[in-house]
Design a protein around this ligand. Structure first.
Ligand code: ZN
Length: 218
């Protein structure tokens, strides 16, 4: 399990970015992920794959929230003042739709979150080293990477960097970004490398004591 130094400093919080061999707390609430920018509140509907969407938010009384990824970008948010939390699944479509901004906006409306209080962690995902995309995908990122059209073929996209920029643009300043590429490293599942053989890694966040630990062997 990978942890982010900035989230680890919050003594009320537990979190983790899963790897191939990770064990997870039980009772992590998740979504049926559909590559959207839909944000869903987890409280009161806790469970596995509770609804369609790609960002789960919850207040201080809510459950652990999580997302499943294998190359897409898992992003965890924690509001150090209100103790609201969020787990985000950002593939290229979610990134193109600025799902991180949609999530911070939702937290502001629902919990009174101020972006300056948000601690953010952008987890292991396919890196620019390995993520080649076609022109139709490049086109979707011109807003955040204006010079991308001028770069040489093959075009590589850095989804983690774009999500970091989108977070900064809405006022989030405390951001940790993983350097790990899921495609390069055998420690991670990678959809591009393993296709249908690829498992999924779970990344989760929430208040301490909200999930009982589960024995190994999953
Ligand atoms: Zn790589």
């Amino acid at each position: 399990m990978i942890t982010a130094p900035n989230l680890s400093r919050l003594d009320w919080l537990q979190h983790g970015f899963g790897q191939r061999s990770s064990d997870y707390p039980s009772f992590i609430t998740t979504l049926r992920q559909v590559h959207s920018s839909l944000v869903v509140e987890a409280k009161g509907i806790g469970g596995d794959r509770i609804a369609d969407g790609d960002a789960l938010v919850t207040g201080p009384e809510g459950p652990l929230v999580g997302v499943r990824t294998a190359d897409c970008v898992p992003i965890l948010l924690a509001d150090r003042r209100t103790h609201a939390t969020a787990a985000i699944h950002a593939g290229w479509r979610g990134t193109a739709e600025n799902i991180v901004a949609a999530t911070v906006t939702d937290m502001a409306g629902r919990f009174g979150t101020v972006p300056a209080d948000v601690v953010a962690a952008v987890g292991p995902s396919i890196g620019a080293c390995c993520y080649e995309v076609g022109p139709e995908v490049v086109h979707r990122f011109e807003t955040w990477v204006p010079d991308m059209e001028q770069t040489q073929e093959p075009r590589k996209v850095n989804l983690r960097a774009i999500n970091e920029l989108q977070l900064r643009n809405v006022g989030v300043a405390d951001i940790w970004v993983s350097a790990d590429c899921t495609f390069c490293s055998p420690g991670y599942y990678s959809f591009r490398r393993e296709r249908d053989e690829a498992g999924r890694m779970l990344s989760f966040v929430g208040r301490k004591n909200m999930g009982r630990s589960m024995p190994s062997g999953a």
